[in-house]
Design a protein around this ligand. Structure first.
Ligand code: NAD
Length: 261
């Protein structure tokens, strides 16, 4: 794995114990990067670290809540103590749940902002100065198709994921002259634990079965099926590869054709 296009690069992927983050961490390791796996769940993080090492890659397993500054600082220190720096940061942590706006208390609103936006701010803050000093770095923020269009029962999530796209576009311009690329990925329906939980919540709210909701959702996807975390990982792999030196501030859709702008 040491002769891939990311040979010599150090990556950190937040929330990489499962779902999209897990596939992204494995992809970056496969491309030759040493990967800092991070999750709030120790067991999940450890199993991804083991998978990477078993496949011949190198991983540092870290555990911490991406919404808490002291924990993010500790994780950042562990990464820097082990590898000296982080060149590639993937802000993947996020949360979506079906909730009607009229049922959404301030604490719910803040939970979605914390998971989707605070986590991105906190990790970027820890690593951006080092990237600027070295004039080298790539940041990829995981947004959503809800970062391009609004979805019912996902008002806070849609607001936050539009925020992820805005953050990406603004920061990309702010640090372009420092040799840093900042891009976002906007996945559609991807088969992860959070996706299945969301379909169940949606079905309950609509008084339908999960199977009915699944059918309706798939019917709205031009390419006719839900996506896999590996599809998201492929796009991230491209965005952090040497092929994208002249690409920044973009929000790339990977949604089976569902989102087209
Ligand atoms: N699955 C989809 O359909 C879909 C679509 C669009 C965007 N996304 C985005 O992809 C990202 C990952 O979602 P997923 O579907 O893979 O979720 P997932 O639930 O499968 O995995 C999320 C991982 O993050 C970890 N995590 C949760 N809270 C954390 C915290 N505070 N600190 C650190 N780690 C934490 C979990 O333990 C878990 O391992 C999110 O930003 C989500 O909004 C997902």
């Amino acid at each position: 794995m040491s002769d891939g296009p990311l040979n010599g690069e150090i990556s950190l992927v937040t929330g990489s114990g499962a779902g999209n983050g897990r596939a992204i961490a494995k992809k970056l390791a496969q491309m030759g990067s040493k990967v800092v796996v991070n999750d709030i769940d120790k067991g999940k993080a450890e199993s991804v670290g083991e998978e990477i090492e078993k496949a011949g890659g190198q991983a540092l397993v870290t555990v911490g809540d991406a919404t808490k500054q002291e924990e993010v600082k500790r994780v950042a220190k562990e990464a820097k103590d082990e590898y000296g720096r982080v060149d590639i940061l993937v802000n993947n942590v996020g949360l979506f749940e079906a909730i009607k706006f009229t049922d959404m208390e301030l604490e719910d609103w803040r939970k979605y902002m914390a998971l989707n936006l605070d986590s991105m701010y906190l990790y970027t803050y820890e690593f951006l100065s080092g990237m600027i000093d070295r004039e080298h770095g790539k940041i990829v923020n995981i947004s959503s198709d809800a970062g391009k269009s609004g979805y019912p029962e996902l008002v806070a999530y849609s607001a936050a994921k539009h925020g992820v796209v805005g953050f990406t576009r603004a920061l990309a311009k702010e640090v372009a002259s420092d040799g840093i690329n900042v891009n976002a990925v906007c996945p559609g329906y991807i088969k992860t634990d959070m996706h299945w939980a969301f379909l169940d919540q949606w079905a309950e709210a609509a008084g339908k079965t999960s199977e009915e909701i699944e059918e309706e959702a798939i019917a709205g996807i031009p390419l006719g099926e839900f996506g896999k975390p590996e599809y998201v990982a492929e796009v991230v792999g491209f965005l952090v590869s040497p092929a994208t030196e002249w690409m920044s501030g973009q929000a790339v859709n990977i949604s089976g054709g569902l989102e087209t702008h």
